[in-house]
Structure formats: structure tokens, C-alpha cells
Design a protein around this ligand. Structure first.
Ligand code: SAH
Length: 385
């Protein structure tokens, strides 16, 4: 924390003057009783305090929230995140925007706020006012992360982790001139995987004439881009029927783009690990692999590496000569070096020649100021160059 890390774990707290309650503000002092920081206290989480401010004391409340939101907004404006054809993106990315445990995503005129710490609930009225003033949404949806649903739902008037005034559970927004639906109430995260936007754009630019596999497709974002980029066919592969149905609707939403309309679309509901092993080899020219986190905890790190290796091997297996592999990882417990090395060594072991085309990390609307926040990484290889 002293070196700027925004979390204090329970085991590093030496003494408390009283047991704290969920959502209270904690004031942190060093051994010599000097003020260190103020943050949200959560007795139920191993991340006992999430730091709001270090070194100098600060007045929490409307003005502070407004200031933090304005800074976050300025960062997105500098990064050119929103434009005429892009009305979806992340306005506030938690700790890295000085608002720990809070994510706010824009989907057109709807703002979806997701809380990962109960701390914000006690400040909700002021926070909501600040969000409305600074970001001017027409609709605001408030969601709780899974770990908060049981703890906080009843007390704060949530139903199934959701509180909001919204006509629809699905909001349509634009990304790079393409239409997408965000499942703002029941979808994963805040309803769409905004974090992959830059990788989707890269996929569009290389998809012309290719047969593309989109494994772990969720709502088919990569496939819509690949299709507009001129892919001959796109295959969505996901284990969930909810995801496949959403992917179908997203293709339909973009059918007015001639290339999207003329690409062949296939949907496969299956376990991607099994499918990549068992389906015929050499059927695609580009395989996108974007699994959910394979290491939700540090203890899963070894298994996660094996999982990424198995997927990359399966991905390479289904690639024709000259095909490309795009492997992504969203496990913060697996570092980018570890992940990239895993994929590279699988390519090496395949016995096929290969070339690394690019790697990527976080987009400008997902700033990441500390190691745990740097979860996303992707690597693109060309086989048989
Ligand atoms: N690539 C997506 C996001 C992927 S999220 C995008 O850009 O929007 C991870 C997806 O993997 C979820 O849709 C989940 O249903 C799916 N999934 C999880 N386990 C799976 C498995 N074993 N096989 C196939 N899909 C799986």
C-alpha cells in the first residue's frame, strides 16, 4: 500500500481500535501513528481495506466523487474511446481510476455500475448524483458482484443483485460502427466484454477471406468484426446457450453490412476444450481463443497454464497451413510473460514453423495501475509463415 498498492489484506493489519462494519471508512495509520490512508472497510473480504486516498486526508462525498469521475472522463476523452460509431466503453475502472471496487460502463445512454465492495452502498445517493451530473446517462443500472449479492442485497433493496430503473434488460449500443446488445441485467460483467474492443478491431483487419473460429465466443463480438472484415465464414463456439442466442442476435443486428450478410455463420454449443481436441484438424485460417479466467485464484495458476497450453495446442491443431492463432488470457494470476511463454512453447512443440505477429494488453478505457488489475493479455501467432 505504501508503495501505491490500493489494497490492504487482512493479515497485514496489526491493530484495530474497534471491529469495523461492512462499508465503513477505515483510517489507516502506520506504526508511529502517522496517517497513511483512508479506504473502504470490508470485514468479509480478505481485501480488508480498499484505498481511496493516500498520504493526505480527504473529505469523502459528492465533491470527491465528482472530481474522480471527471478525471476518469478526461482520460477516456484523451484516449479517444468514444466517437460517433462507438457508444460503448468503460468510464470508470475501479482502483485504477481512484474509485476502488467500482466499475461503470457506458452502453449508449445507459450507465451500468457494478460494485465489488459494499463500501459504495453507504455513499450511493451522493455517488449516483455525481455519476448523473458528470456522465449524464438517461438510465442507470446498479449491479452487485456475485460475492456481494447475499451480503448486501436485502439490506439495500436489490433483487438478484440488481437495482435500477430500466425498460429493457438488453441495451443496444455501437462499437466501431457495429451494433451490439449488452445484457445489462443478467449478462456477464456489465453485459458485454468491452475489454476486447482493440483485439476485435485487430481481428477485423486480418479476417478477409478467412474461415474464422471464435472459441469462447460469448455474444460473438469477434465474429461480427471478422465478418465485416470479409471473413468467408465465422464459427461461434461457446458452452452456453444464452451466449449463442446473443451471438445470433448480434449478427442479425449487423446484417445490413454486406460483408456480415454474405459471411457464412455457424454456431456450436459445446465445451471448447473437448471440441478443439475432437473436431477435424486444419479447418480454419484464424482461431480466436478467449476463455474465462482459468485461474480465479493463485492456487489454480499451474492448472491454468496447462489449460492455456491445451487450448493453444487445440487451436493450432484446427488451423490450416498459414493459419493464425489469437490467444487471450484474462487471469490476473497468470502474468503476461508466463502466458506468452506458454503459448509460444506450444507453438514450438507443434513442430510447425511460426512467427509472432503482436501482443496486446489493456485498452485506454481500462487503465491498470497495479499488478492485479493487469489481467488481460493477448498474443497473435502466424503458423507456417
Ligand atoms: N470472447 C468473448 C468473451 C468470452 S467470455 C467476447 O469477446 O465477448 C467467456 C465465455 O466462455 C463465456 O461466454 C462462457 O459461456 C464460455 N465458456 C466457459 N467455459 C467454456 C467451455 N468449457 N467451453 C466453451 N465455452 C465456455
Amino acid at each position: 500500500m505504501v508503495r501505491g498498492h490500493p489494497w490492504i489484506y487482512s493479515e497485514s493489519i496489526k491493530e484495530q481500535n474497534r471491529p469495523g462494519l461492512s462499508g465503513e471508512l477505515a483510517v489507516v495509520y502506520d506504526r508511529r501513528n502517522r496517517f497513511l490512508a483512508v479506504g473502504f472497510y470490508d470485514p468479509a473480504s480478505p481485501i480488508r481495506v480498499r484505498i481511496l486516498q493516500v498520504r493526505k486526508p480527504v473529505q469523502t462525498g459528492l465533491e470527491l466523487w465528482r472530481e474522480r469521475i471527471r478525471e476518469a472522463r478526461a482520460l477516456r476523452e484523451r484516449g479517444g474511446v468514444f466517437s460517433k460509431g462507438t457508444t460503448g466503453g468503460r468510464w470508470i475502472n475501479g482502483e485504477s481510476d481512484g474509485m476502488p471496487g467500482l466499475v461503470a460502463d457506458r452502453y449508449d445512454t445507459t450507465l451500468v455500475v457494478k460494485l465489488y465492495t459494499p463500501g459504495w452502498l453507504a455513499f450511493w445517493d451522493e455517488l449516483e448524483a455525481a455519476l448523473r451530473e458528470e456522465l449524464q446517462p438517461c438510465f442507470l443500472v446498479l449491479r452487485l458482484s456475485r460475492n456481494l449479492v447475499d451480503a448486501a442485497s436485502a439490506e439495500w433493496g436489490f433483487s438478484e443483485g440488481f437495482r435500477g430503473a430500466i425498460g429493457e434488460e438488453t441495451v443496444i449500443f455501437e462499437e466501431s460502427g457495429l451494433g451490439f446488445e449488452a445484457q445489462v441485467r443478467f449478462g456477464q460483467k456489465t453485459g458485454f466484454f468491452l475489454d476486447q474492443r482493440e483485439n476485435r478491431r485487430r481481428v477485423e483487419s486480418i479476417s478477409g477471406g478467412l474461415d474464422v473460429l471464435n472459441a469462447f465466443s460469448y455474444s460473438g463480438g469477434f465474429s461480427v468484426y471478422a465478418a465485416r472484415g470479409g471473413a468467408r465464414s465465422v464459427t461461434d463456439l461457446d458452452i452456453s446457450s444464452f451466449a449463442i442466442e446473443s451471438a445470433k442476435r448480434n449478427i442479425a443486428l449487423n446484417a445490413h453490412h454486406p460483408a456480415v450478410n454474405s459471411a457464412k455463420h455457424r454456431w456450436v454449443q459445446a465445451d471448447a476444450f473437448d471440441w478443439l481436441q475432437g473436431s477435424p484438424a486444419a479447418q480454419f485460417d484464424l482461431a480466436v481463443l478467449d476463455p474465462p479466467s482459468l485461474a480465479p485464484r493463485e492456487a489454480n495458476r499451474g492448472a491454468a497454464r496447462e489449460g492455456y497450453a491445451a487450448l493453444a495446442a487445440g487451436g493450432i491443431r484446427v488451423l490450416r497451413k498459414g493459419g493464425m492463432l489469437l490467444s487471450a488470457s484474462c487471469s490476473s494470476h497468470v502474468s503476461k510473460e508466463e502466458f506468452f511463454e506458454t503459448v509460444r512453447s506450444v507453438a514450438q512443440e507443434s513442430g510447425r514453423p511460426w512467427q509472432e505477429r503482436w501482443t496486446s494488453e489493456h485498452a485506454p478505457d481500462h487503465p491498470a495501475n497495479f499488478p492485479e488489475a493487469r489481467y488481460l493479455k493477448a498474443i497473435c501467432l502466424k503458423l507456417d509463415p
